[in-house]
Write a protein that binds this ligand. Structure first.
Ligand code: NCD
Length: 342
């Protein structure tokens, strides 16, 4: 086994799966981002590659998704591979009582890599238990969403380079459903690898960041400040990261009403508490229905809105992840050709 190969530095329990961001270090993140940079001409449709010709991705989504499912599929196709997928429980054999163990082993015989989203925390790891091919966690209930966090961090690094800022010592405000939002569980774990970060978490009491995550990220001199409103003076905010209320995970539906309009990130609030170059981020989807109090559309033309840079970066990062797990990252550059149709 070549210990220097990136895949061997990010194994999950000794096997090539991506289940949690805890598999990454600052160094392996940098290696991943370099591969993502190499992918940019393909992602931007300036070059094409057929390096994954003959490979099959099984895209298994048992929960709602638009960007994650499509971007994983598009990333695989742009590298020349093919995608087979299944969506929802009702058309899968789970509805007939099949176990994750059997499903995962069966699909391993058909495909070369599996991307899976499932509503139960820990389910991606269960897929990994019987799979003979790599499993990529695309969201396991209120657990983790490692690839989204890697996309967010890649976006932050790129934007900070542009505005000459550093991750060490930054102040990030994270709002919304911090209890159930898996994207922020993964993101804060990744950010805690850096030092002197000030995390301000703002949510109603019943939607606070879980204690075990607070303990995990309170290292490297990082400070965590948990509040339940916007009354406190917030200063020098580098990033404001909003999340959707995950009402589909609530057993008590009345909790929904506790996310009142005072929590909404909108033009008024941003102009009051943010700086001219604060990044406004969200993993999307944002709930644009009246009364949802999610990130407001009145910020759509604000230069600080970074949400579509995040979504665009989904392609190079997911391509890089496929390249690493299918061990072709050193062959990408030579595989690139000019495209003829554009
Ligand atoms: C998120 C998810 O599914 O966890 N979306 C995403 O994948 N970018 C966020 C959400 O559903 O609120």
């Amino acid at each position: 086994m070549n210990k220097n190969k990136l895949i061997n530095k990010i194994l999950f329990k000794g096997k090539p799966h991506l289940i949690s961001v805890e598999q990454y270090s600052k160094e392996t993140i940098e290696e991943l981002f370099k591969i993502a940079d190499i992918m940019q001409p393909i992602a931007k449709r300036k070059k094409i590659s057929r390096i994954l010709e003959g490979a099959i991705l099984a895209n298994l989504f048992f929960e709602a998704s638009t960007r994650t499912r499509i971007s994983f599929g598009a990333a695989f196709c742009r590298l020349g591979g093919s995608v087979c997928d299944t969506t929802g429980f009702s058309f899968s054999s789970f509805i007939k009582g099949e176990s994750i163990y059997d499903t995962s082993r069966v699909i391993s015989g058909y495909a070369d890599i599996i991307v899976v989203r499932h509503p139960i925390k820990g389910s991606a790891e269960k897929f990994a238990n019987s799979s003979t091919i790599p499993i990529i966690n695309a969201g396991d209930g209120d657990g983790e969403h490692p690839t989204q966090a890697l996309i967010d961090l890649y976006t932050i690094k790129k934007e900070f380079l542009r505005i000459n800022k550093k991750i060490d010592g930054m102040h990030i405000v994270i709002t919304g459903d911090l209890k159930n939002g898996r994207t922020v569980h993964s993101l804060v774990k990744l950010l805690s690898l850096y030092k002197n970060i000030k995390f301000t978490f703002i949510s109603p009491i019943h939607l606070e960041m879980p204690d075990n995550i607070i303990t995990l990220i309170s290292k490297n001199n990082n400070i965590v400040n948990q509040i339940n409103n916007f009354n406190e003076k917030l200063e020098n905010i580098e990033i404001i990261y909003c999340t959707r209320i995950q009402s589909e995970r609530f057993t008590d539906k009345s909790l929904n009403t506790q996310y009142t309009s005072e929590f909404q990130i909108n033009k008024n609030l941003v102009n009051k508490i943010c700086q001219p170059n604060t990044l406004i981020m969200h993993p999307l989807p944002r709930d644009s229905r009246l009364g949802s109090n999610d990130l407001s559309t009145d910020l759509n033309f604000d230069q600080r809105l970074t949400i579509f840079k995040q979504t665009d970066n989904g392609i190079p990062i997911r391509m890089a992840i496929f390249a690493i797990f299918l061990k072709i990252e050193n062959f990408i550059k030579n595989s690139m050709k000019d495209l003829k149709w554009k």
